[in-house]
Design a protein around this ligand. Structure first.
Ligand code: SAM
Length: 342
């Protein structure tokens, strides 16, 4: 559910129904994507949940004062309810451009007024249509989807960077590690395909072709840390992205690697997460393997199901291949995991 996914775990119930239908119809259209993204962020609830994500907000609160100086003009892409605008203003920015294509920007404007912020210019527009009188010093954003890329972060930032960021300007966050790792799920959270199920003693095998004809998101689940049992390999970033240089054209269409299996278990699928570096010290990490006392984030993990679980043992190797029409659309992803047994 690329679109609704973005609305994070929280808004699933009501919005899912509305946007699943819309998303199916317009999935491949850029304008359709823009429209559905804009609408998805108009409601307060998703923003409440993002603001309540302490790991997320604290990382920005740490990094922004280290990056923004008193002479800086800052552009906040995707202002939402305005938390990054406030952090930049509090850090002393000379001027902040707050940009959001959703009407949620009215909320940010109201909160800015009531908090006495007067050095913020609000723009309700898609970033691609934004023009300014001069370049900015810092590009702030939080455009990371559950699968890192599906909010078009790379496209949107590359466009603003090339048009509106001064040479040598900062992008926060700019560096990312992207993981796609073979994992085991905890037993109650394994969801076999319908044709493999025998719920209530019923044989559903007749549904195999029908299930395969489902829209591409049928093959993905979303999971949270407690549903994931353990990695079967030592996680290594499958891809490094730096928004100072990345563009949609530099995103690979194939991510492929081979890893030794560290422990016996069952691979149910590939779990996706990312680490965002806001500066040298502050990070946001959506790994499902955080320590028990680490603060969970509001992101979920896309889970790329396998048709058949793979039983592995230490010493085996796993060959993982992720192909994407574009990494910026989860629906174009296709994947295979192959066991190599010496
Ligand atoms: C994940 S929210 C982040 C909101 C806020 N920055 C925060 O950290 O709480 C992303 C916001 O970006 C906006 N947005 C996404 N793509 C955009 C674009 N290309 N141009 C303008 N706004 C965009 C959405 O409407 C949404 O409000």
């Amino acid at each position: 559910m690329p679109l609704v996914q973005r609305v994070r775990p929280f808004v699933q119930s009501g919005l899912d129904k509305v946007f699943d239908v819309a998303a199916t119809r317009v999935r491949r259209s850029a304008m359709g994507y823009r429209r559905s993204n804009r609408m998805a962020f108009t409601r307060l609830q998703g923003h409440e949940l993002m603001l309540a994500d302490a790991a997320r907000v604290n990382a920005y609160a740490e990094a922004v004062p280290r990056v923004v100086t008193r002479t800086d003009t800052v552009l906040d892409l995707g202002t939402g309810t305005g938390v990054l605008v406030f952090l930049a203003a509090r850090a002393g920015a000379r001027l902040v451009h707050a940009v959001d294509h959703s009407s949620i920007i009215d909320v940010a404007r109201a909160v800015a007024e009531s908090n006495g912020l007067d050095n913020v210019v609000f723009h309700q527009t898609h970033s691609g249509s934004l023009s300014l009188d001069g370049p900015v010093d810092v590009l702030l954003h939080e455009q990371m989807g559950h699968g890192l890329f599906e909010e078009r972060m790379v496209s949107n930032i590359a466009d603003l960077r090339d048009r509106l960021l001064r040479p040598g300007g900062s992008i926060v966050p700019s560096r990312f590690e992207f993981f796609v790792e073979p994992v085991s799920l905890r037993a109650p959270y394994v969801v076999p395909y319908i044709w493999q199920q025998r719920a209530g003693g019923v044989d559903y095998s007749v549904l195999r072709e029908r299930a395969r004809a489902q829209p591409p998101d049928h093959r993905r689940l979303e999971v949270t840390a407690f549903q994931v049992d353990r990695p079967l390999t030592t996680p290594v970033p499958a891809l490094l992205v730096d928004l100072h240089t990345a563009s949609p054209a530099t995103l690979p269409q194939v991510v492929e690697f081979e890893r030794p299996v560290e422990a016996a278990g069952v691979v149910h699928g590939l779990c996706v997460w990312f680490r965002a570096f806001l500066d040298a010290h502050a990070t946001i990490d959506t790994t499902p393997f955080g320590s028990p006392d680490s603060t969970p984030t509001s992101w979920r993990n896309p889970f790329l199901r396998l048709e058949e679980p793979i039983t592995v043992t230490a010493g085996d190797r796993l060959h993982v291949r992720l192909e994407a029409g574009t990494l910026e659309s989860l629906d174009t992803w296709d994947w295979t995991v192959r066991l190599i047994r010496p």
